[in-house]
Design a protein around this ligand. Structure first.
Ligand code: C5P
Length: 223
């Protein structure tokens, strides 16, 4: 099953308190984004890959992979959904078909296991909608009120953490993202756009260590 990949990498990463966008932080002698890209670039099923970068990104051209002909650039946008939409438009310019599968994966998620990638693609290959890697929550969840006090404890057996890659067909995902953005709906992943458009994406259980680097201490887990 062949697929395209879009890597949104245009975030500011203020929670990281670093001197550079978080995907350029070092991990085991390379930048996070190089680890992220590596997992996909080794796949024979990869049709092409688009990285969404902000206009003032001076870091990307310094990487060796900036010269890799399998990687194209797209302009990042204000929100993550804008960046992904821009990446999808780039895919169409590259000749991608509306029915082609697209995997969207966070630049700041450098520890994706090849086994998880293969599992996602294998399980969703014949799916009418698509889906995402996800992990059942392990802690008990609390719903907080504005005063910082617990209002209730939902049944944690029903809750999953949404990870990436998220895998959908190009045309359906572009329409869902564009419609959600136009309506001003808060969209923090591709699945939520698809849900808003009336689809029900499938959850594929993945490894818990496919974490997104968000805060400084997150890097220690992967050290
Ligand atoms: O902010 P968050 O950690 O949810 O970002 C997830 C991914 O989306 C990151 O890889 C980030 O670079 C990307 N992003 C983007 N464009 C934005 C905001 C976030 O490409 N406007």
């Amino acid at each position: 099953q062949h697929y395209w990949v879009v890597i949104p990498a245009a975030g500011v990463g203020t929670r990281m308190q670093a001197d550079r966008p978080k995907q350029y932080l070092p991990l085991r002698g390379r930048t996070l984004i190089e680890h992220t890209l590596d997992c996909f670039l080794g796949q024979p099923e990869l049709l092409g890959l688009v990285v969404c970068l902000s206009a003032d990104d001076d870091w990307w051209p310094q990487l060796a992979c900036a010269l890799d002909t399998r990687i194209s650039r797209a302009a990042g946008g204000r929100e993550r959904a804008d960046s992904v939409l821009s990446g999808l438009k780039r895919l169409s310019e590259l000749g991608a078909d509306e029915q082609d599968w697209v995997l969207v994966h966070d630049a700041a998620r450098p520890n994706l296991a090849e086994t998880d990638l293969h599992k996602l693609v294998r399980e969703l290959a014949d799916d009418p909608v698509g889906g995402l890697l996800a992990v059942p929550v392990r802690d008990t969840l609390k719903l907080a009120g504005p005063d910082g006090r617990v209002q209730s404890t939902p049944d944690r057996a029903l809750y999953w953490q949404a990870y990436t890659p998220q895998m959908f067909r190009l045309g359906a995902l572009r329409k869902a993202l564009a419609a959600a953005l136009a309506a001003g709906v808060a969209i923090t992943d591709e699945s939520s756009a698809m849900e808003w458009a009336g689809h029900s994406p499938r959850l594929i259980e993945g490894r818990a260590d496919n974490i997104k680097i968000t805060r400084p201490e997150d890097l220690h887990w992967l050290g």
